[in-house]
Design a protein around this ligand. Structure first.
Ligand SMILES: Nc1nc2c(ncn2[C@@H]2O[C@H](COP(=O)(O)OP(=O)(O)O)[C@@H](O)[C@H]2O)c(=O)[nH]1
Ligand SMILES: [Mg+2]
Length: 135
């Protein structure tokens, strides 16, 4: 049998940070929802409508993930919630360390509800296909 090197727990660092985030949110009793769907599915619209309906009763924060722009965070701020934009510069998902940094920008002690709008995760196959078509 050939001796093949095996790398295990490649996501261990991500997992440790994720657990730390989980503990912080749990200690502060911040109910958190991670929204994931394709680009254009209506995530930001749903958040705008939810914020407008709940903002007099709950302190809401939103972490926005986007490949390139801060347009969604601007929409969320206009709707009346605290927002932080993560621009991934081409990465199609959010990693735990990105969320950890974004959390530091929110006033966590006052938050009741946190939404994470994940990067529209079908955007990358779309971008790849578009690049091939447009060549
Ligand atoms: N007809 C219809 N359009 C919607 C609905 N929700 C969102 N949209 C539209 O779909 C587009 C993308 O919505 P957006 O919330 O930005 O999607 P996101 O990329 O998932 O955040 C916008 O032009 C919205 O106005 C819906 O329930 N019905
Ligand atoms: Mg959006």
């Amino acid at each position: 049998m050939p001796n093949v090197p095996i790398v295990q727990n490649i996501l261990a660092a991500n997992e440790r940070i994720a657990q730390d985030i989980h503990q912080q949110l749990h200690e502060r009793q911040i109910f958190t929802l991670n929204l994931m769907s394709s680009a254009g599915a209506g995530k930001t619209t749903l958040l705008e409508q939810t914020i407008q309906r709940l903002q007099t009763r709950l302190e809401i924060g939103v972490i926005e993930g986007d490949v390139e722009t801060s347009a969604d965070a601007e929409r969320i701020t206009l709707a009346g919630a605290q927002a932080v934009q993560i621009i991934t510069q081409g990465t199609c998902h959010l990693e735990a360390h990105m969320v950890q940094l974004a959390l530091q920008e929110l006033t966590m002690d006052s938050l009741d509800l946190l939404f994470i709008e994940n990067v529209g995760n079908l955007v990358c196959p779309l971008v790849g296909t578009w690049e091939k078509i447009s060549k």
